[in-house]
Unconditional design. Sequence first.
Length: 200
Amino acid sequence: MKIILIGRAEGWWNAPSEGETWGIYTLCLKRPVSMVWHMHRFETEEYKNEPANNKQSEEWLVNYVNEDKVPMMCLKKHDNIPTSMEFPLDEMPLKYAESSIGYMIWYAYHIGATEIELFGINMAMTDEYRVQLKNVEYWIGYVRGKGVEVTINEPTAICKGRKGLYGYDYVDYPKPEYVHIQGEPAMLIPVDKNLKPLYG
């Protein structure tokens, strides 16, 4: 079974319209998906303080899901959204997720996906790169280790080296901070940039 995961970043429009397609949040207002993922808390103060335009999008999202009876994965089931489902967190082997994408990748494997393809999931923005990217890469590695084929479409920062392959394309040599004392191979002393001992 193949499952297509679609984010809202550049390239989402390249995702096929057929097949099992899971879309992030309000992506469904731009294109149809088989399942909507909304892993946020509707009832939190943070949500209540959202700008009016974001709340309007939420209302459109709920109306779309209810009118078209589209399944929606959430943190918990919502009475006003009959097709909403509670994410099976208790079954997740490692409670480690920094974004909806991490949950989506694991859940696709959990329900039997043998192939996962990503569109519009770039992980290139500052917060994404610093926090979310490593989590997405973890779960990709996890499911690949279980035999799932994962295809990551461009543009994306996922599973890429900063400057290519370490050792082949570049080498980072750290600036000297410590040197061995002559005759004492197990002893290190701190030095400055001129290799002059900082102490003693």
